[in-house]
Design a protein around this ligand. Sequence first.
Ligand code: TC6
Ligand code: NDP
Length: 319
Amino acid sequence: MASLVRTAFRKDLFLGKVAIVTGGGTGIGRAITKELAELGCRVVIASRKRETLESAAAEINHTLSKDVGGAALPPLRVFPFQCNIRSEEQVEALMKYAVEKHGRIDYLVNNGGGQFMSPVSEISAKGWHAVIDTNLTGTFYCLKHAYHAWMKDHGGSIVNIIVDMVKGFPGMAHTGAARAGVENLTKSMALEWSPSKIRINCIAPGVIYSETAAANYPDPETFNRSLHIIPARRLGCPEEVSGAVCFLLSPAAAYITGCTIPVDGGQGIYRSPWVIQDHEGFPVELHSEVALPPKGEATEPGPSEFLFKALAELYKSKL
Ligand SMILES: CCC/C=C/C(=O)SCCNC(=O)CCNC(=O)[C@H](O)C(C)(C)COP(=O)([O-])OP(=O)([O-])OC[C@H]1O[C@@H](n2cnc3c(N)ncnc32)[C@H](O)[C@@H]1OP(=O)([O-])[O-]
Ligand SMILES: NC(=O)C1=CN([C@@H]2O[C@H](COP(=O)(O)OP(=O)(O)OC[C@H]3O[C@@H](n4cnc5c(N)ncnc54)[C@H](OP(=O)(O)O)[C@@H]3O)[C@@H](O)[C@H]2O)C=CC1
């Protein structure tokens, strides 16, 4: 059977290499795992749910190409390993497994993570710690132990999956804070680990639909509600993140380290999803004696073509 995995890359790009993908059994991580394995890589997928990992590994192994350019490929290229990245002990065991069973760790993709929606004022201490421990501390454990287990002496390439938190991340502030921490950690690691020939970068996905990602939110329309803030006017798919990850891991990105690539259909340079209701405005304080500019209504603007049409008509009427 021909492979069902689509890729823009040369089929033997990662032949002989070994990758670890956390959260590699679902959504974005699963697409990354599939593409890496299709390109010849052996991939250890690691997360909490053993059954999910095992069935993902079996399904992916079944769909991969069996040979490249006539040369047979190992039929099994995806391997499950149960690991909660919040546990340093379990992360250390993951890295040890990868080196002992697969001989090396060329690539690490810190993809496993997540959060829940809540205004910051309502986040409990336990919920805050769960999100920080998963996304920031869990990533730190993976980085540190991949370094000691293999990359310190042999080099490697790392991609951290974060979120588009450049304008803050209201509604999921805990994850915004954790991922901003990961982005900064990435820059520090890029500098500290450059002598070990380690490159490390981030990918910031926009709104990427998968059934498993959507299942984390009680409202099934959560993802579609973001369409108005995405210039591409469609949601992204996990495979579109995977292509960017493969590029960053590959020799084509040999001179790229410490950077973040958004994969977001332009969302990051466009509008914030956060709507601020009209309100009485900030207190004036120091300048209370100064007359404030007249206050209009804070309406949401319509599409810019209407604005330009209205401006053109106004201009014409004044000629
Ligand atoms: C929308 C487009 C953008 C998409 C972005 C994506 O990332 S999509 C991909 C999205 N994919 C994912 O997000 C996948 C991974 N996500 C997760 O595993 C969870 O979101 C986690 C990170 C909170 C860990 O959870 P866990 O169960 O392992 O942790 P735990 O049992 O230790 O408890 C933690 C504490 O957190 C609190 N709390 C938890 N939920 C809620 C809530 N809904 N409400 C309020 N609070 C909540 C609560 O305090 C709870 O303690 P309690 O009160 O129960 O004693
Ligand atoms: N989908 C989107 O729009 C966006 C997603 N992202 C990020 O991309 C990454 C992948 O998300 P996505 O594929 O969309 O959603 P999923 O919910 O499908 O993936 C989350 C993955 O993380 C794993 N995971 C969660 N907690 C842990 C943990 N403590 N230890 C190990 N693994 C863990 C889960 O596996 P298990 O349950 O087995 O542990 C699961 O495989 C996440 O970090 C997410 O926040 C960022 C921006 C946007």
